[in-house]
Design a protein. Structure first.
Length: 653
């Protein structure tokens, strides 16, 4: 729980301003009331240390039944333990505050747990009230629920306890001592000096020239100057350079304000100690007339610690404000009804509005109905204590009617344990959404092209495993999608084609240029061989290839037609040659008939045909000259054979 600094200041001033001449019980009640209400606590107590026995005694309570104090002491007697067998005793022993976030988990709670349940007490903060180093009592604050007290809360109650200690001491003195020595010492200078010297607050008297005529010990301790170096000197000696001019101006105004009604004026003051340390004081100023001479009475409290805390808080708020206003993202806050409480410059720019136009308007005005439903759903989840998604995409509509998309991250704004609104940061993702839309459309076009292409299309990873294949490709292989995807390409090609694939892979890895097209012999699921002309394109990421996109055109029928054509052409040439004239045609026909089965040398043909060797050699040379046959050498003799292709026309000798 964060305590507003104005609330803190007012509470501390109210405590400091309590009339110590009131009844002692009334004083304690006022202190408890101010402290507990400022802390939003449901109850509290003041415990005092008996000056004679040293035992603890509950002197006052707030927010509790009248029988509470009696019940606590009775419980202690029945349990056979003193009141100090509790967190109060720990504070009395150590002189430090003691925090009990949950009384049912507190080892020192002991017999007090039963009372805590009866009086609705769940968490406690015990703070010492000191006189010097001695603990003279405790100021305690109780919460009805489990509560982790913050340092800010502890500091506030600690300061209140310090003031209470001073008030109690003064009140005790006023109540007890005055009764005993009222008639003897009330008007004496000695009595007044004793009171002033025992005050924990600094008290000083300053004349019209600004010279310090009197100061108690607390005053010189608070301002950090030796008494002998400050008495008779101007208070200006204590002023830092950066405030000196302003304070002197205020002083001159005070000099001219005799009987102006400014007595009791309270203000903060900044001073510098002899050692150069900056301190902050809370000054209460009163105007007095002694023997017709105007003087000023100052009562000072050291508020350096809380002032530094306030300055740090202001600095933090300034940094947050700067971050809020100059952030690159849209930042806003709204209450649980969706009414916009604040918005930064980027938000105003995106919505094309002024601050006056949007503050107080409802979020429903600036988002699409679908996005407002998301807002309502989040509010519903908040109140039903359901988890919220970390981000939500909303579609906003600016003043011009333009649609903007944003990714919103939100956190809840709490006042104590109560949720009062939402703080959000929206990142403009309009361009991203447009790109995603374009990408989706592009992917849909590619998918349609991929699936409905007339040729086989496929995608391989860097190892040759199929990632995708279209319908034509699956039909060509004769396999189902689940039978092909994930398998390696080497499963579907002949060893000769696998060599081609491996050479292409090596060239890619070495950076060499790869042929745009190659012909692969594909082995289908049913064992049928088909031929495909492939074209591939590499998909790179950085320096590496992550995918290979390929298009394969089935050229099997075309290839078979060419083979048939070549075979037909060969037979045509042979036939033409055999029937072209009759001179030697019969002999050459016999030679070709033998060579159609295997290769022969000239002697073998002469023997097989029972013909003259020279005649056979003559016809063989004619056949070679016309490109009908070819010859090779086995190391012993020339061998004659019919080549696979006949590319020349027959030439008659």
């Amino acid at each position: 729980m964060s305590i507003n600094k104005n609330v803190k200041l007012k509470a501390l001033l109210d405590v400091a301003s309590i009339d110590i001449t009131s009844g002692f019980d009334e004083i304690l009640q006022k202190i408890l009331s101010i402290t507990c209400e400022s802390m939003n606590a449901n109850s509290g107590t003041i415990i005092l240390v008996d000056e004679e026995t040293g035992e603890l005694r509950i002197a006052s309570s707030f927010g509790l039944r009248e029988d509470y104090i009696e019940q606590v002491h009775r419980e202690a007697r029945e349990a056979g333990v003193p009141l100090s067998s509790s967190p109060s005793g720990a504070v009395l022993k150590t002189g430090r505050y003691y925090v009990v976030p949950d009384i049912y988990k507190e080892p020192l709670a002991g017999p007090w747990c039963k009372l805590a349940k009866i009086y609705n007490i769940r968490s406690q903060l015990f703070t010492p009230m000191k006189k010097g180093l001695k603990v003279i009592g405790l100021l305690n604050v109780y919460m009805s629920k489990v509560h982790d007290f913050t340092e800010e809360e502890i500091d506030f109650v600690t300061i209140a306890a310090s003031q209470t200690s001073s008030i109690i001491q003064n009140a005790r003195c006023t109540e007890d001592k005055i009764k005993e020595i009222y008639d003897k010492l009330y008007k004496s200078e000695k009595y007044l000096k004793t009171i002033i010297d025992s005050s924990l607050d600094g008290i000083a008297v300053v004349n019209m020239q600004g010279e310090i005529e009197f100061g108690n010990d607390s005053f010189f301790n608070i301002v950090g100057w030796p008494k002998d170096e400050l008495l008779g000197q101007s208070f200006i000696k204590m002023l830092p350079q950066d405030v000196k001019e302003d304070y002197i101006k205020i002083w001159h105004e005070a000099q001219n304000s005799l009987n102006s009604g400014n007595s009791g004026k309270i203000a903060d003051a900044k001073i510098i100690t002899k050692k150069g340390e900056i301190r902050y004081l809370l000054n209460s100023r009163a105007e007095m007339i002694f023997d017709g001479v105007k003087k000023f009475l100052f009562i000072a409290k050291d508020i350096t610690k809380q002032k530094k805390t306030e300055l740090e808080l202001e600095e933090s708020e300034a940094k947050f404000r700067d971050l809020f206003e100059n952030a690159n993202d849209f930042i806003y806050t709204h209450d649980l009804k969706g009414n916009i409480l604040s918005i930064n410059k980027i938000g105003l720019k995106l919505l094309d509005v002024t601050e006056e136009e949007i503050i107080g308007s409802n979020i429903k005005q600036w988002v699409t109905p679908e996005s407002y439903k998301k807002f309502e759903d989040r509010v519903r989840k908040i109140f039903s204590n359901q988890p919220l998604e970390p981000t939500v995409v909303i579609e906003a509509i600016n003043k011009k009617g333009e649609h903007k998309w944003g990714e919103a991250r939100t956190r809840l704004i709490k006042d104590g344990n109560k949720i009062i609104g939402t703080h959000g940061i929206i990142r403009d993702i309009t361009e991203k959404m447009k790109l995603e839309k374009d990408l989706k459309e592009s992917e849909e076009k590619y998918r349609d092209l991929f699936e409905n292409a007339q040729d086989a299309m496929y995608v391989l990873d860097s190892r040759g495993n199929f990632l995708k294949m279209n319908k034509v490709g699956l039909q060509t292989l004769g396999g189902k999608k689940e039978e092909v995807i994930g398998t390696n390409i080497n499963k579907w090609v002949t060893p000769e084609s696998l060599v081609i694939i491996e050479e292409r892979r090596k060239k890619r890895l070495s950076g060499e240029k790869v042929n745009q097209t190659d012909i692969l012999e594909v082995v289908c699921k049913n064992g049928e061989h088909r031929w495909a002309e492939i074209r591939t394109r590499e998909i790179k990421y950085g320096d590496g290839t992550i995918e290979i996109h390929g298009i394969a055109r089935d050229i099997t029928e075309n290839r078979l037609l060419k083979q048939e054509l070549r075979k037909s052409n060969k037979q045509h040439k042979l036939l033409c040659y055999l029937i072209k004239g009759t001179r030697g045609g019969k002999t050459r026909a016999l030679i070709l008939k033998h060579l159609s089965d295997k290769s022969y040398n000239a002697n073998q043909l002469a023997t097989a045909l029972n013909m003259d060797y020279k005649t056979i050699r003559h016809h063989l040379s004619v056949l070679i000259k016309n490109g009908i046959i070819a010859k090779s050498n086995d190391g012993y003799s020339d061998l004659y054979f019919i080549p696979a292709n006949i590319d020349v026309d027959v030439i008659e000798p």
